[in-house]
Design a protein around this ligand. Structure first.
Ligand code: GLY
Length: 366
């Protein structure tokens, strides 16, 4: 059994690694593995902090993937002999004014109603946890179970682990899909028994897919910043405000994200977005202004009509989808990798992904 995976982000590489571990022959086709959304993402693993009203099925999948993260990381670090920057540091949400506080109280009520663990914090308690916070903050909440990983390290480790298992990496652009094969743009064909479409925001525009297998995925632009100082970051854990989130790393990096923009395949970094992200971040943590701005970037999330991923078989034999992860690609890597590898190895989709079958959009597609 041979799988050809189109896309070398954390989703495609995770599937390749897990599928190869189960004895499948795997080829990954990507001109620049890890250079799409995976290489830009902040890596916040925050299913509880980022829960959205009405998305309870997605929440269950997100929680399941968060639960798998420690083992996934331990196995990956062992297999790759690399570290991926997984930090079980928790996440705080911060309200700067009365409107933020009202919204946060609503959210905490919703989270508690779902049985999720979240601690409401008064301003003084919050500033004791995070002394770098601006003095005027009105209060907040702490989710001790929402963590982080470094997506760039994750990609590097997945590539190393794949290499060790004999996964073939074709650093070429997929031109089109032809049944169970991938025709490469520069010429040549990669034949397989099954093609896994894990091409993120580009999954919906791959040539050659029959209409019933084309995922309804669209690009959703995110602009994001990376900053760095001489010492430790001015915050200890992930922080979410109403307009911005900050992710501090052990190596001193602070990631500030992110815009959410419907602009097609545009990846320009704009002065306005950089300005707004920095303004919001500095309002929350004033010492962010002292850090060096070392990188600005924009990338494209694969958005789907219900914000949930498309995982599993399509109406077309030999074509499996693993795309549409929208804002949860890094978080959903472990459960996606395990579940799609199981589907490839056994022909059966495990129960945790049945609600996310691409066939839920079949009527829309046909
Ligand atoms: N999950 C963070 C983002 O999409 O910006």
């Amino acid at each position: 059994m041979k799988a050809v995976v189109v896309g070398g982000g954390v989703i495609g590489l995770g599937i390749a690694w897990r599928a190869a571990s189960r004895g499948l022959a795997v080829t990954v086709v990507d001109p620049e593995p890890g250079r799409g959304a995976s290489g830009v993402a902040a890596g916040m693993l925050a299913p509880v902090t980022e829960v959205h009203y009405g998305e309870e099925a997605l929440l269950a999948l997100n929680l399941e993937s968060a639960r798998r993260y420690p083992n996934f990381v331990a196995e990956l670090e062992d297999a790759s002999r690399m570290v991926v920057g997984y930090r079980a540091s928790g996440t705080v949400s911060v309200a700067r004014d009365a409107d933020d506080l009202a919204a946060l109280e609503e959210l905490v009520g919703y989270q508690r109603g779902l049985g999720l663990e979240v601690e409401r914090l008064r301003s003084r308690e919050l500033r004791r946890l995070e002394p770098g916070l601006a003095p005027g903050v009105r209060g907040g909440a702490m989710v001790a179970g929402d963590h982080q990983v470094d997506p760039r390290r994750l990609v590097a480790a997945l590539l190393a682990a794949c290499r060790r298992l004999g996964v073939v990496l074709r650093r070429e652009r997929a031109g089109s899909i032809d049944r169970r094969s991938v025709v490469l743009e520069a010429g040549g064909v990669e034949d397989g028994d099954v093609v896994v479409v894990a091409a993120g925001a580009w999954s919906g525009v791959l040539a050659g897919l029959p209409a019933e297998a084309v995922p309804p995925v669209r690009p959703v632009k995110g602009q994001i910043l990376r900053l760095r100082g001489a010492g430790a970051p001015p915050l200890a854990r992930n922080m979410r405000g109403a307009e911005v989130y900050l992710v501090p790393r052990s190596d001193g990096e602070v990631v500030v994200g992110a815009t959410v923009e419907e602009r097609g395949f545009d990846t320009a970094v704009t002065a306005g977005a950089v300005h707004e992200l920095l303004r919001a971040a500095i309002e929350l943590v004033p010492d962010v202004a002292e850090l060096a701005l070392v990188e600005t970037a924009a990338s494209l999330r694969p958005g789907s009509p219900d914000n949930a991923p498309l995982l599993g078989a399509t109406g077309v034999e030999g074509v499996v989808l693993a795309t549409g992860h929208f804002r949860n690609g890094i978080l959903l890597a472990p459960v996606t990798a395990d579940a799609v590898a199981e589907l490839l190895a056994t022909g059966e989709a495990p129960p945790e992904i049945t609600a996310f079958s691409p066939r839920r959009f079949q009527r829309v597609l046909s």
